[in-house]
Design a protein around this ligand. Structure first.
Ligand code: FE2
Length: 667
């Protein structure tokens, strides 16, 4: 007689328990136990202990089968894990973290994944094959729009597998916010005006009542006119992805030395400043000829500006010339800081409007949300739960499929929030994202290379660069440790068919097989694998936080991030005024509509999981758990450094604080 001690744990979330009946079968390399009942009442956050008796020793336990059935009502169960102690005292751990629904049997593999596929028992190979087959049926690709990364083939969050849906807590939280948003939208229809703001001060009234969240918007309202703050936002604002060093002026932007001599100061010249790496450029060429839409039946306008910036002797970055189209000429003057106040301010506001589109649709939607979804789907389809890379990556896709499905239903759909509140047509939105994907390179997704290629290695007060590089380093070190532990050499990387299928699936569906992107379609070395995994985790966590968390802070004061422009860009100087600016910015109700979306999208929900937090303990070996503790300690050091810097700053940069950076794209 062999006696096995079994412990079965139910998950922590409130709806995890069940009144349905659960039983278990132990599967060893030498045989199986009989099916043994665990209980017909399992409560959340509890563990059940039982004894399984077998006529003979089962050998090493490689699988457990969990069976769920019911007499009457269905009641789903969330199993956290199962632990089995063999007669010789060996402890086997089976991390599960799955919902069991209906009458079903689920097989869970023993957690240690050190042995890769080659030396597996036949029964485990079959288990892997069946698991992937089921996942590939549940998670299928579809095209949402031409030229976009492919996405999950569902039309509503109701069709999602329970294992990727919002939990009850988050759904309650989020639905509350959505109801609030809908109510405000209705109010905006009846009470708010489809007319211009009467003054700049009136715009502040919209966030003056958001207690605790008004500090940064108030700062923005006080400083938005300043060239220093305008330049600062290209370094540390919502869109830190567009600034690059300018070594030579493009022909389409004919700024002359005389135009900017006054802005450069002292005895220097444009050529000299350019040669010494102190001239920078932002080019929104990607917006050229993107179709503009209508709001309240009135035509909106989109520009594709260019902006030249200079790093002054004090280290600050300031704009020195702006052209509001890609075609120079008499009707597209180059605006300068020496122009009349409202001419210059209006030109800068047009740049902020272009940056709104670039930020929301490219830096945020495309380069974090949509790519994260492609990474998530490929992982679910190609890596079984016992694969070490599944265990590494799955926390970084927490709720991504749910939030993106929701975004396709209410945010970026025809008639959705972006369609109604921004100046682009739905076709324009689709075209812009497709153009964006055609320009994405692997290097631009890897922050050390991206910053190097953009020539941004030296600017002071570049908090995004400092924090992003530290986080990249911490993630890379963590990933490198895991890759070495599980693969041990380059040959094992190249010989892992599941890993190769995963990489190819991302290349094909996320990047549409475009080889010129530099995105690898296979990974042959530990170094290449480490870099790719670091990019995936960084994109889903840090990069998303950098472009997501400040949306309300920096967008609440509408002139700083207008979602639409109601008049065409000025074709001559000397005509701008405060009234023209007010008549160009979005109307009161459009502003309110967008702001509620920004509040929602930069909210922190109750069950957020931050970088380095892994409440699901999927790794059962000692070394990965040690690497996780080391990663957490490094993140704590980074957090302390950021908070120390913020303590001294007039405007804190906290978007990459690991304590504010979620593990995944979940909002
Ligand atoms: Fe987001």
């Amino acid at each position: 007689m062999a006696v096995y001690k079994v412990q079965v744990a139910t998950g922590d979330i409130s709806e995890a328990g069940t009144t349905n009946c659960i039983s278990i079968t132990l599967v060893g390399s030498q045989g199986e136990s009989s099916r043994t009942t665990i209980s017909c009442l399992l409560l959340p956050r509890t563990e059940k202990h039982l004894t399984v008796r077998c006529a003979r020793d089962l050998g090493p336990i490689v699988l457990v089968r969990l069976h769920k059935w019911r007499l009457f009502l269905e009641d789903a169960w969330f199993c956290r894990d199962v632990r089995v102690t063999a007669p010789d005292g060996t402890l086997y751990r089976f991390p599960c973290y799955l919902w069991l629904e209906g009458v079903t049997t689920v097989e869970v593999r023993e957690g240690s994944a050190k042995k890769l596929a080659d030396d597996e028992l036949e029964m485990l190979r079959e288990h892997r094959r069946k698991e992937l087959q089921a996942r590939q049926a549940a998670f299928r690709w579809k095209n949402f729009a031409e030229g976009w990364p492919r996405c999950l083939n569902v039309d509503s969050v109701l069709e999602l597998d329970s294992n990727v849906q919002f939990s009850c807590v988050r759904a309650t939280n989020f639905n509350g916010l959505l109801i609030f948003q809908a109510a405000t939208h209705l109010l905006s229809g009846f009470l708010l005006r489809a007319t211009s703001w009467s003054s700049l001060d009136e715009m502040r009234s919209i966030f003056s009542r958001t207690r605790g969240r008004e500090i940064v918007p108030e700062y923005v309202a006080r400083h938005w006119r300043e060239d220093d703050f305008f330049g600062y936002q290209f370094l540390n604002g919502n869109n830190p992805t567009v600034l690059r060093r300018c070594a030579a002026l493009p022909d389409k932007f004919p700024v002359t030395p005389e135009m900017v001599a006054g802005s450069l100061g002292g005895d220097t010249s444009l050529d000299r400043e350019m040669a010494e790496g102190r001239i920078f450029i932002v080019d929104y060429e990607i917006l050229e000829d993107i179709p503009a839409g209508t709001i309240h039946g009135r035509r909106q306008h989109v520009a594709a500006p260019l902006c030249l910036l200079h790093q002054g002797a004090d280290g600050h970055l300031r704009p020195i010339a702006i052209q509001l189209s890609q075609r120079p000429g008499p009707s597209s003057p180059i605006f300068l800081p020496t122009d009349a106040e409202w001419d210059w301010l209006l030109a800068k506001t047009w740049v902020r409007n272009a940056d709104f589109y670039s930020h929301q649709l490219l830096a945020h939607l495309l380069r974090t949300h949509l790519l994260a979804e492609a990474f998530a789907i490929a992982t679910l389809r190609q890596l079984p739960s016992c694969h070490p890379l599944f265990k590494l990556l799955i926390p970084h896709f927490h709720l991504t499929l749910h939030i993106n499905t929701l975004a396709r239903s209410v945010l970026i759909n025809p008639g959705g929030i972006i369609d109604r509140g921004s100046g682009l047509t739905h076709e324009g939105l689709q075209l812009l994202v497709a153009r964006g994907l055609a320009q994405v390179t692997f290097a631009s997704l890897c922050v050390p290379e991206d910053l190097g290629q953009r020539g941004l290695g030296h600017l002071p007060q570049h908090h995004y660069r400092e924090d992003a590089l530290r986080l990249w380093g911490a993630i890379e070190s963590f990933v490198s440790g895991l890759v070495s532990f599980y693969y041990g050499g380059d040959a094992a990387v190249g010989a892992d068919p599941e890993l190769q299928a995963w990489a190819l699936e991302i290349f094909t569906n996320g990047f549409l097989g475009r080889a010129s992107s530099g995105v690898p379609s296979s990974l042959q070395t530990m170094a290449a694998l480490t870099k790719f995994l670091t990019m995936v985790i960084f994109t889903c966590s840090a990069q998303h936080a950098a472009v997501n968390n400040g949306q309300y802070d920096l967008g609440a004061f509408v002139p700083n991030a207008p979602s639409s422009m109601r008049h065409p860009p000025p074709a001559a100087k000397g005509k701008a005024s405060l009234q023209q600016l007010l008549d160009t910015l979005p109307e009161v109700d459009t502003t309110a509509h967008i702001l509620v979306a920004l509040i929602l999208l930069s909210s922190r929900l109750e069950d957020a999981r931050f970088l380095g937090q892994f409440p699901e303990q999927r790794f059962t070996e000692a070394e990965p758990r040690r690497l996780i503790r080391r990663f957490q300690a490094r993140l704590e050091e980074i957090r302390e450094g950021i908070e120390e810097r913020n303590h001294r700053a007039a405007l804190r940069y906290n978007y990459l604080n690991p304590g504010e950076t979620e593990n995944s794209v979940s909002i």
